[in-house]
Design a protein around this ligand. Structure first.
Ligand code: FE
Length: 355
């Protein structure tokens, strides 16, 4: 059943039989007056902003004839919406950012397993759910940014070393209720264990220059304005700032540069935006087609560059801007583990007084 017809089916499933049959007659009539082959469609709920995804969806439609009905919103609100819509959800595909959130969607029971050789061969194993509930579609890193001329990069090495007392009062980072930081601590839990991670978090929080506030861009701005010497942020924010039209942001970004931590150990912490097919879709075939399309070389090139992110495919190169930041070794932990460790990471951050 096409999702439009399914929607009509849902609309007419009232408990008043007469009204429903009248409605059915009217609505079905209007459906079938449309061209017969125009009914191929797929409904996408996306936590990515429309401008950052719509053009590639239009390419998908051009190539497949499948229309994409796009609903965008904040990540947590969209997940909540799919949850509360339950079996009546109109969403066929859910796209969101951060493996921690993808894991939440999986454990909330709103996704289903995708069996796709296309996706399994395109997307590295660590950037997708081991059971196939979600697949990473673009990659971002969360490195250290330092103020040029103030910090000698020789002073930097690992995330772990940021707990050193020499960095007291010198670090800007956003609050602990942000999923990016929770996922970072979750990755440290996997690498260092609970005891060491608790100690690290306690000491790291002691080194904060100020009470956490704002988003990732604000941490880079804080460093540029002299409030701190080191900031933690996702790479795409830096990319947006440095190539955007907002002069203050551009200047702030130019005052700092990237240091890739943990290059001699596990690698820099990375995360993804990704997608899954909803559990209650009635349109699984087109849902899977859309995700497989987003994993093609062409889509990867566009999607990653539009978002200042790294492609997840190894056979697609990063943009020239991202290449200027240098190659780095990424942590290869399976990102599902970030979700598994999330609750413990949050507890550790709370105990350390990370606001
Ligand atoms: Fe973000």
């Amino acid at each position: 059943m096409s999702s439009k017809r399914n929607l009509i089916h849902k609309l007419i499933s009232f408990k008043v039989p007469q009204l429903s049959s009248i409605l059915a007659g009217t609505l079905l009539l209007s459906t079938f007056t449309q061209p017969l082959f125009a009914s191929e469609e797929v409904n996408l709920y996306s936590a990515r902003k429309e401008a950052l995804i719509k053009p590639i969806l239009e390419t998908f439609t051009k190539e497949t004839g499948i229309e994409v009905n796009l609903i965008t919103g904040k990540a947590d609100a969209l997940l909540q919406r799919i949850k509360s819509e339950g079996k009546n959800t109109h969403a066929d595909v859910f796209i969101t950012t951060d493996a921690g959130r993808l894991y939440r969607a999986k454990t909330a029971g709103v996704l289903q397993i995708i069996q796709s050789d296309v996706l399994n061969s395109a997307i590295p194993e660590n950037l997708r759910d081991p059971e196939g509930y979600w697949y990473g579609l673009s990659m971002r890193a969360r490195p250290i940014f330092y103020v040029k001329g103030v910090i000698d990069p020789k002073e930097l090495s690992t995330y772990e070393a940021l707990a050193d007392a020499k960095f007291k009062g010198r670090i800007c980072i956003r609050s602990s209720n942000n999923i990016y930081n929770q996922s970072l601590v979750a990755s440290m839990l996997a690498a260092d264990g609970a005891e060491k991670t608790q100690q690290w978090t306690n000491d790291f929080v002691n080194n904060f220059a100020r009470k956490p506030k704002g988003g990732d861009r604000d941490q880079i701005k804080g460093a540029a304005s002299g409030q701190c010497d080191i900031a933690i942020a996702n790479t795409y924010y830096y990319g947006q700032m440095i190539s955007g039209k907002k002069i203050d942001q551009k200047k702030a970004a130019e005052a700092v540069t990237i240091f890739w931590p943990n290059q001699k150990t596990r690698g820099t912490h990375v995360n993804v935006s990704g997608a899954g097919v909803t559990k209650y879709t009635t349109n699984r075939k087109n849902a899977q087609k859309l995700i497989e399309f987003l994993a093609t070389k062409k889509a990867q090139q566009w999607y990653a560059s539009a978002n200042f992110e790294y492609p997840v495919r190894k056979d697609v190169a990063a943009t020239d801007l991202l290449k200027t930041w240098g190659d780095f070794k990424a942590d290869t932990i399976n990102l599902n583990q970030l979700g598994v460790n999330n609750a413990e990471a949050v507890k550790i951050m709370d105990r350390a007084g990370w606001k």
